[in-house]
Write a protein that binds this ligand. Structure first.
Ligand code: CTP
Length: 414
């Protein structure tokens, strides 16, 4: 994802960002910047202590909006401000939230613009604690967190790591990218796939030749991970089954790590049971060595003869199982083609029996494996729609929009 790209779940959403007095306050600047670039309208409230670490101008520069503080509490608009800010918000996130702020929230104190706004809002309240490990572990803090959780306050972190004090332990503010993921999850919660179970496969599988060497492919997993994120943005409960990749798991996703096609097959079978949607974006090996050596093949042993056998076609298996179970209601296949894209993709749509096929020409330099962009054609029984060159995040949005439509049509008919 390019950070400058508008993200539908954030577009025009009103986010209140409360920042309290912690050394981690600088991370809130990056969060405010990311949210703004993604299309959200971010109003920042700084506590008096936060101003010791970051300035209003820093936030104003990245959000392009006025930053609120104690002076506003007694200003001309004071009588409406705390209610007004809260009423308009889709989400109030307090990041970083100090132990002192947690205590105030837990006891309903309203002694500052930030805390009285927290008391006034009706939107979800997401809190990202940041404090020293000793303060975090204190019974008082733990009980405050417990109480706030019971009241429906959502928590993000804290993380384990090195503190400003030099101690190592739990209490660090989670990173802006992860906070961003929490915001997406909360704002997407009542989206078009709310309460739906979505299974996504991503990355390539590895097939062992010996304990050291594998047959691999060039899949980076980027398109599959973008699909998982787009499903979270729509409120789905997402299981992401992935081959070995170097990507962070989107917040809110249950990840299942696999290596071989056989592992992936077993994991997909289990997850697809009762699922509403399967998005089969993984590049699954079609062949594997028949008899992988249990010992490392030695150079002195001569050139090995590698005999391959077919792996199971996971998609075909799930499509076949659906004829009995009815699940998953929507199955999406992906086709990596190097020539005759439309002819091959049309044949694959029919032979695989999927509801939607996402085909891409892997020979194009700006599409397919490893890069951040993709150029795909969406095929279903109704025809083919060629999409322009898009980011993988935008392709994921387009695919998920189709999935929502197909799901609606199928259920309308049922
Ligand atoms: N697929 C699968 N199991 C396999 C191989 C592929 O489920 N053993 C899925 C892929 O995840 C993808 C779709 O089938 O969604 C098409 O994959 P692709 O590699 O394009 O096609 P193949 O079925 O392997 O056919 P071909 O090699 O002839 O292109």
């Amino acid at each position: 994802m390019k950070n400058s790209e508008i993200i539908p779940v954030l577009k025009d959403r009103r986010i209140l960002l409360g920042v309290t007095g912690s050394i981690a306050a600088y991370k809130a600047v990056e969060l405010a910047s990311m949210l703004t670039k993604a299309g959200a309208q971010v109003d920042v409230i700084l506590s008096a202590a936060a101003r010791q670490f970051v300035t209003p101008l820093t936030f104003q520069s990245v959000t392009g909006r006025k930053v609120y503080g104690e002076a506003d509490l007694w200003g001309e608009q004071a009588h409406v401000l705390h209610i007004g800010l809260g009423e308009a918000a889709d989400l109030f996130i307090i990041a970083p939230a100090t132990a002192n702020t947690l205590a105030k929230l837990a006891t309903g104190q309203a002694d500052s613009l930030l805390t009285l706004t927290a008391l006034a809002v009706r939107c979800p309240l997401l809190v990202a604690p940041a404090m020293d490990v000793g303060m975090y572990e204190q019974a008082a803090t733990q009980e405050n967190i417990e109480l706030l959780s019971q009241r429906g306050v959502l928590f993000a972190g804290p993380a384990q790591g090195r503190m400003a004090s030099g101690l190592i332990g739990k209490g660090r503010l989670i990173e802006p990218q992860e906070l961003f993921g929490y915001v997406r999850k909360v704002l997407g919660a009542d989206g078009s796939l709310a309460s739906r179970k979505v299974v996504v496969t991503a990355g390539g599988t590895l097939e062992a030749l010996d304990p050291v060497r594998v047959l691999a492919n060039r899949s980076s997993g980027k398109q599959g991970f973008a699909l998982a994120q787009a499903a979270v943005d729509r409120g789905a409960s997402v299981t992401l089954i992935s081959g070995p990749v170097h990507l962070p798991t989107p917040v809110g996703v249950t990840s299942v790590d696999v290596e071989s096609a056989a592992d992936m097959h077993a994991a997909v079978k289990e997850a697809a049971d009762g699922a509403d949607v399967l998005l089969m974006a993984a590049a699954v090996a079609d062949y594997r060595p028949v008899d992988p050596s249990s010992a490392k093949l030695k150079r002195s042993g001569g050139v090995p003869k590698v005999v391959l056998e077919k792996t199971a076609d996971i998609l075909a298996d799930i499509v076949e199982a659906r004829t009995r179970s009815g699940h998953p209601a929507v199955i999406v296949g992906f086709a990596a083609e190097s020539d005759d894209l439309l002819v091959n993709a049309r044949a694959k749509l029919e032979s695989k029996g999927v509801d939607l096929l996402v085909a891409n020409d892997i020979t194009a330099p700006d599409a397919g494996f490893e890069v951040d962009t993709n150029r795909v054609t969406l095929l279903d029984a109704g025809g083919a729609q060629e999409l322009p060159l898009l980011s993988k995040a935008a392709v994921a949005e387009a695919v998920l929009e189709r999935v929502v439509t197909i799901l609606g049509t199928k259920e309308g008919k049922a």
